[in-house]
Design a protein around this ligand. Sequence first.
Ligand SMILES: [Zn+2]
Length: 116
Amino acid sequence: MKHIDKQLDIAFSRYIRLKYPHCVLCGRGPTQCAHIFQGRANATKWHEDCAYGLCVHCHTKEHAQDGKPFESFARSLLGDDRYYELVRLNNAVSKTPLDEKRALLDAMRDFLKDEA
Ligand SMILES: [Zn+2]
């Protein structure tokens, strides 16, 4: 994994855990950063509509199941139009450009600095 990807993973995970201190499925804390789309590096990896806070119990359970984790949760939260827009984005673009990664990392760090 490239250096900036690792930095983005860390900043994004902190951001999501601050945004969702309680599990979106059961309400327990603390939370982990859980992605609705799994696997390979993709354009939605650091998209805030594509990640939510889950407790370790719900996160483990979601990964143990077949199919897309949080599909029904994310669809009802985002609405079908937005959800399928993100599915298309996730399928269409396999890499986030470096300049976008840098801008995103700067934005995350600004946000986290304010929270600290
Ligand atoms: Zn939970």
